[in-house]
Design a binder for this molecule. Sequence first.
Ligand SMILES: CC(C)(COP(=O)(O)OP(=O)(O)OC[C@H]1O[C@@H](n2cnc3c(N)ncnc32)[C@H](O)[C@@H]1OP(=O)(O)O)[C@@H](O)C(=O)NCCC(=O)NCCS
Length: 175
Amino acid sequence: MLTGELVRLRPVEPEDADAFYRWHNDEDVMRWLQSYFHESLAAVRKRFADRSDNSYEKVTFCIETLEEQGRLIGVVVLRDADPVNARAQVDIYLGEKEYWGGGYGTDALRTACRYGFDTMRLHSIELTVVEANERAVKSYKKIGFQVDGRLREAFFRDGEWHDELLMCVLRDELR
Ligand SMILES: CC(C)(COP(=O)(O)OP(=O)(O)OC[C@H]1O[C@@H](n2cnc3c(N)ncnc32)[C@H](O)[C@@H]1OP(=O)(O)O)[C@@H](O)C(=O)NCCC(=O)NCCS
């Protein structure tokens, strides 16, 4: 279990499946996330029951609030870790919308990156984000991510193309 200022990160449990199913069916939550096909609740429950353990290649953490006896509000994943170059990718979202803008996601990302740098001994962590997702871009910049590249018209939503930003934080840059 990892603790930040507002959140705690813990491994995923099979019982979390229903919350994820609800989030994946919420258009607001999924607006800037890649999602092509809807899964049935049964499929999500099966996926969660069969889930492999966390490993160097993929570490998935549920995000829980420190208050309210630990409410599940989102997920953060460190994946595709490359031991030679000490790099990994990170994905994050809060599925409980009332927590957006409250600093919970930023705190969770900082805590996950701190784990990546201090425990996994990573040197850099990267992500891609749709440029129009202003809150996310601001959140990532706040903790030290910088824009390293632009993927032009890489994301299609509601009839429009959007650019994606490639953002990266190095070990000594995390704030
Ligand atoms: C993106 C996300 C993880 C950010 O976490 P968060 O805890 O909500 O972010 P914060 O509350 O720290 O807000 C970050 C900044 O955005 C600003 N902000 C808040 N709401 C905003 C809005 N609607 N539009 C633009 N900026 C906004 C805040 O002012 C804050 O900057 P400040 O602290 O300097 O004032 C979270 O909002 C989320 O999961 N959103 C939905 C799913 C998603 O977009 N995931 C990311 C996919 S790459």
